[in-house]
Design a binder for this molecule. Structure first.
Ligand SMILES: Nc1ncnc2c1ncn2[C@@H]1O[C@H](COP(=O)(O)OP(=O)(O)OP(=O)(O)O)[C@@H](O)[C@H]1O
Ligand SMILES: [Mg+2]
Length: 173
């Protein structure tokens, strides 16, 4: 089972952006961040703020990869892979858009990660951070943001660890 490591209530886009920037500073080469949430929850807004926080160009254009499925960015020598898998028709289609390259290095931000299906098992659980963004039916500006760290239940592989796992890194939040 995954454990909820942190639950954060935000009441504005600015607060969501700030959380994204904080997590961007904690992110390391090889990390995979899954962004779950309904349509309009704020996954792209989060990814945009994350990428802008790491880029020297704070206004770098970060379009939603709704139709391209993937946009990548070279940020100070680290590639950020921003996936939106909503339109993935088959989990294996992920290979055609650079899944193996993304797992081999850089930082991946993945919207609609449930479309990966069994490929989720290929992610190193120490490097995995799962973020669930929940809308609030009472207030359009509020979100509940849950952060979950690995291990994930189906991950049976052992990985060599060079950086602290996400649950260690989140202690600074
Ligand atoms: N606290 C908040 N955090 C994030 N977004 C917010 C917040 N309050 C309002 N919003 C609005 O919610 C919308 C989020 O849109 P966004 O495109 O990021 O959603 P998404 O989860 O990527 O949707 P999709 O599943 O269609 O890709 C934006 O219009 C943003 O202005
Ligand atoms: Mg989106």
């Amino acid at each position: 089972m995954q454990n909820v490591t942190r639950t954060i209530q935000v009441s504005s886009e600015t607060q969501t952006r700030q959380l994204a920037a904080t997590l961007a500073r904690l992110a390391r080469h090889g990390d995979v961040i899954l962004l779950n949430g309904d349509l309009g929850a704020g996954k792209t807004l989060f990814a945009r703020a994350f990428i802008q926080a790491l880029s020297t160009d704070k206004n770098i254009d970060v379009p939603s990869p709704t139709f391209t499925l993937l946009q990548n960015y070279d940020v100070n020598g680290t590639v950020i892979w921003h996936f939106d898998l909503y339109r993935l028709s088959d989990p294996d289609e992920i290979y055609e858009i650079g899944w193996e390259d993304a797992l081999a290095g850089g930082i991946s931000l993945i919207e609609w990660p449930e479309r990966l299906d069994y490929h989720i098992d290929e992610i190193n659980s120490d490097k995995l951070l799962t973020i669930n963004i929940k809308l609030d039916s009472q207030n359009p500006d509020n979100r509940e943001i849950d952060l979950y760290c690995g291990p994930i239940p189906s991950d049976k592989t052992e990985h060599k660890q060079s950086e602290p796992a996400w649950h260690e890194r989140l202690k600074s939040l």
